[in-house]
Design a protein around this ligand. Structure first.
Ligand SMILES: [Zn+2]
Ligand SMILES: [Zn+2]
Length: 184
């Protein structure tokens, strides 16, 4: 059962035993605004979420695929990077107290992210925003072998060469230093 609604809010205590399913993408558009700070004007994402109650917790199983536009940290060129991820999050209401929590945590199997809810609602937009945000690489690279820019003249060394690279290499070469010491 895919819920067709523009709302991204799930009430903690109103998740039926059979669970709730949600699907979001740039075509349905509900999250384009929320994800704008990460994905900009041309977002590419597809998220499928399945939410089920689990004793004192609510379990969210998610699958997200999409593309991120990055700027290479070496050559400053734009590039797209696709990702595909699965995640499991267990939500627990903070005000339920620690007594129920120890019981609930025994029901968790495998690897979960644990989130403590202040209120009684889960905002799926927030969940997806967080999951997409952690895919942003700390140091984006258009390719492992990106040669970057020439520090002297700014030429993109992936697409062309310049004369200063040779000079820099020469200057740094221990053989060149030896040569100059010997006065060759
Ligand atoms: Zn690069
Ligand atoms: Zn150069």
């Amino acid at each position: 059962m895919i819920k067709n609604t523009s709302s991204t809010i799930v009430k903690f205590h109103e998740v039926p035993q059979g669970g709730l399913d949600f699907e979001f993408s740039q075509k349905s558009g509900e999250l384009n605004q929320v994800l704008f700070d990460i994905l900009g004007d041309y977002p590419v994402y597809h998220a499928i979420l399945h939410i089920t109650p689990m004793n004192a917790m609510v379990k969210l199983k998610g699958e997200i695929k999409g593309e991120l536009r990055n700027i290479c940290s070496r050559c400053a060129e734009d590039f797209s990077q696709s990702y595909s991820k699965n995640f499991l999050t267990a939500f627990y209401k903070s005000d339920e107290g620690i007594k129920n929590f120890s019981g609930a945590i025994n029901d968790l199997e495998g690897s979960f992210d644990l989130e403590f809810l202040e209120g009684s609602e889960i905002d799926l937009a927030e969940v997806i925003h967080e999951q997409v945000a952690i895919e942003i690489p700390f140091k984006p690279l258009c390719s492992e072998n990106c040669k970057g820019l020439c520090v002297k003249c700014g030429t993109n060394l992936n697409t062309s060469t310049c004369n200063c690279t040779i000079n820099i290499e020469k200057a740094n070469s221990p053989f060149e230093k030896l040569k100059s010491l010997r006065g060759d």
